[in-house]
Design a protein around this ligand. Structure first.
Ligand code: DX5
Ligand code: ZN
Length: 216
C-alpha cells in the first residue's frame, strides 16, 4: 500500500495544527517537514521551534523531516529532540556515512536524498544503512514545481537495487507529485511513499486529496 506524507510547506501556517490534524485524520501516514536554510537551497522555510510546536500539538504524528540544509550532522540531535521521527539529509552535503551514524545515534530513522542532478548509483554504498531513500523530482527549494520524469528511472533502479539486496526501505519521492499522473507513475515505478505539498494543501479539500492519493 502506498503511503502518503503531505508536505506542510504548502499548509496555512496560521492554522498549522488544524491543517495537519485534518490530513492525519483523513489517513495521511506522516507529515513531511521541509527545513531550508537559504544556503543549501535558495529559500528559507522553518525549523526547530515550529517542529517542537507541531510535535506538541500532534504528539502521535510521525514527523518526516527533510533537511535541505548544509551541515545536517550538526543539527541531527536537536531535530530528534524537537520531535522528528525520520531525519532525511542530502547526499550532496558530504560526510554521508558520518551523518547516517549521527542520525541513528539519536534513535530516529535515517533517510538519504538525492537532487535531480545526482545519479541514483550514488546511494548504492549506503542502501543497507538506510530506513528511507528520497528521490527528488524537482530542484529542492520550492513547492509547486513541475515533476521531472527522470525521477521515475531512479525509482525503478533503486527499487531493483533494494529488492536484489533483500532490503525494503521507504522509497520516497518528493516534488510535483500530483493526482493527475505523476503520483500514479511514481507508484508504478516503485515508490512506496509519496510526498505531496500543493496537491494536498492547495486542493479544495485536503482530506479528499489524501484519500485519493491513498487509493493510487
Ligand atoms: C521541495 C520540497 C517539497 C515540497 C513539495 O524542495 O522538498 O517537499 O514541499 O511540494 P509540491 O508537492 O508542491 O511539489
Ligand atoms: Zn521535501
Amino acid at each position: 500500500m502506498t503511503q502518503l506524507s503531505p508536505s506542510i510547506l504548502s499548509a496555512d501556517f496560521a492554522h498549522l495544527a488544524n491543517d495537519c490534524a485534518a490530513v492525519m485524520n483523513a489517513g495521511a501516514d506522516m507529515l513531511h517537514f521541509d527545513v531550508m536554510d537559504g544556503h543549501f537551497v535558495p529559500n528559507i522555510s522553518f525549523g526547530l521551534p515550529v517542529l517542537r510546536s507541531l510535535h506538541k500539538a500532534l504528539p502521535e504524528a510521525l514527523l518526516d523531516v527533510h533537511l535541505m540544509i548544509s551541515e545536517p550532522m550538526r543539527y541531527a540531535e536537536e531535530f530528534a529532540k524537537a520531535g522528528a521521527g525520520i531525519i532525511t539529509f542530502h547526499y550532496e552535503c558530504g560526510q554521508v556515512a558520518e551523518t547516517i551514524a549521527a542520525i541513528k545515534a539519536t534513535g530516529c530513522k535515517v533517510g538519504l536524498s538525492i537532487k535531480p542532478a545526482t545519479p541514483a548509483e550514488a546511494l548504492l554504498p549506503y542502501l543497507k544503512d538506510l530506513d528511507l531513500i528520497l528521490v527528488m523530482s524537482v530542484e529542492p527549494g520550492f513547492g509547486g514545481q513541475k515533476f521531472m520524469p527522470a525521477a521515475l528511472d531512479k525509482l525503478r533502479f533503486l527499487q531493483d537495487a533494494c529488492a536484489q539486496r533483500g532490503l525494503a526501505p521507504y522509497l520516497e519521492v518528493d516534488g510535483g507529485v500530483d493526482l493527475k499522473g505523476s503520483g500514479k507513475a511514481c507508484v508504478e515505478a516503485g515508490a512506496n511513499l509519496l510526498v505531496a505539498g500543493s496537491a494536498v494543501f492547495a486542493a479544495p479539500s485536503p482530506a479528499e486529496a489524501v484519500q485519493a492519493f491513498r487509493a493510487l
